[in-house]
Ligand binder design. Structure first.
Ligand SMILES: *[C@@H]1O[C@H](CO)[C@@H](O)[C@H](O)[C@H]1NC(C)=O
Ligand SMILES: *[C@@H]1O[C@H](CO)[C@@H](O)[C@H](O)[C@H]1NC(C)=O
Length: 371
């Protein structure tokens, strides 16, 4: 309950700020010092093609004013440590941190006591929600149903990705609170490692054993987990860091794709025209999943032998296009555990079948561009 309230507050304050920023933008069009303008320049510098920039990524650039960013950076330099978030600066757009720490008893039963080592792997469509939100769901689910069934449509075989297939779509709706990236100049001043937990707690006003501490610890643990065999991974707290990671894996001729919206979730969908990205070759795209953290944080990773598809998603009754989905198929599942949900849902076992899933709303995938 308190968590939902927190999300709601975040959402409200963010919306307010965004509205204000938009009005201001109109007045001072193309102010070159805004984080958005900086991101646009960074994209042009790092990415070697003229394909459209992702409006989503650009919309996630920090709404902070350049002057606030500058004063944060100055203060950090002056006291030789990051200011706690963030006296005198309108950083509260990133959330009323104190509120989430206050009423955390229920929350801790989901986040703190459950055994975390077993359930999910990085091949899940949603490792991002692996943490608290998902555990809450799991606990609720266990109470409601005694059998552990996988959500219909969460995993499917590659042969389903054909025009005319009718199939269930899982709930691809973004489950995270709405947040923005911090500017890279700010993120780079913030500690981000388990060994610096107390400094991080100070920055975000997270008290001992609070829900916020729990969220922070979970994110750090996932971000610090050793990559699986063949996997390359990095957590990024700014759009520029994401661009750096994607281009370090894929080179500079890249493009960013996402499923357009959440339409079709929890209903039957009809697959319209389908196109395999990169000429249908097996690639190692970089996928980025949101993680729960005080600011927008993405867990990005690249796994080899993946085929990426784009597909129009239609309403099976009206045949109208309702969404444009991105799906990925893992062609090599030999390192997955035999107990993986995907094999429960599809039968078979590791290395014997390919497994596909949709990219969930607001998760992202970078591929080498198709020209
Ligand atoms: C958690 O799970 C691991 C692996 O399944 C097991 O070895 C360990 O005993 C469990 N810990 C608790 C506290 O249940
Ligand atoms: C899908 O997930 C969203 C976000 O968690 C939730 O608000 C919504 O109720 C879910 N939809 C259904 C039909 O369960």
């Amino acid at each position: 309950m308190s968590l939902l309230f927190f999300f709601f507050l975040l959402f409200c304050s963010l919306n307010l700020q965004v509205t204000l920023a938009t009005a201001a933008d109109l007045k001072a069009k193309e102010n070159p010092f805004t984080p958005k303008a900086y991101l646009t320049r960074y994209w042009n510098k790092k990415i070697n093609n003229n394909l459209p920039k992702s409006p989503f990524l650009v919309s996630k650039a920090s709404p902070l004013k350049a002057v606030d960013v500058a004063s944060f950076v100055k203060l950090a330099a002056a006291q030789n440590k990051p200011p706690s978030l963030f006296p005198g600066i309108s950083f509260n757009v990133y959330g009323p941190y104190e509120d989430i720490g206050k009423n955390d008893i229920n929350f801790m039963t989901y986040g703190g006591n459950s055994n975390e080592s077993s359930t999910q792997t990085s091949e899940d469509p949603e490792p991002s929600t692996n943490s608290l939100v998902n555990k809450k769901k799991l606990v609720t689910k266990k109470m409601e149903f005694s059998d552990h069934s996988v959500e219909p449509g969460k995993y499917f075989r590659e042969s389903r990705l054909k025009q005319g297939t009718v199939m269930p779509m899982p709930n691809i709706t973004d489950k995270m609170p709405k947040r923005s990236f911090l500017p890279r100049s700010v993120v780079s001043k913030l500690p981000f490692s388990s060994s610096k937990l107390s400094a991080i707690k100070e920055v975000f006003h997270a008290s001992d054993n609070s829900a916020l501490e729990c969220i922070i610890k979970e994110a750090l643990k996932d971000c610090e987990r050793k990559p699986n065999q063949g996997e390359t991974k990095r957590c990024v707290g700014s759009a520029e860091d994401m661009i750096d990671f994607a281009t370090s894996v894929l080179g500079r001729d890249v493009t960013l794709r996402k499923t357009e919206n959440n339409k079709g979730a929890m209903q039957k969908i009809l697959i319209g025209s389908v196109k395999a990205v990169s000429g249908g070759k097996a690639t190692k795209p970089v996928s980025c999943h949101q993680k729960l953290y005080p600011y927008l944080l993405y867990y990005c990773h690249s796994v080899p032998k993946v085929r990426v598809y784009k597909a129009d998603i239609l309403d099976p009754k009206t045949k109208k296009k309702i969404n444009h989905g991105v799906a990925i198929c893992h062609l090599d599942t030999s390192t997955w555990s035999a107990g993986h949900e995907a094999f429960q849902a599809l039968g078979s076992g590791p290395g014997r079948i390919e497994v596909c899933h949709w990219i969930f709303e607001n998760d992202l995938i970078w591929t080498i561009a198709d020209h």
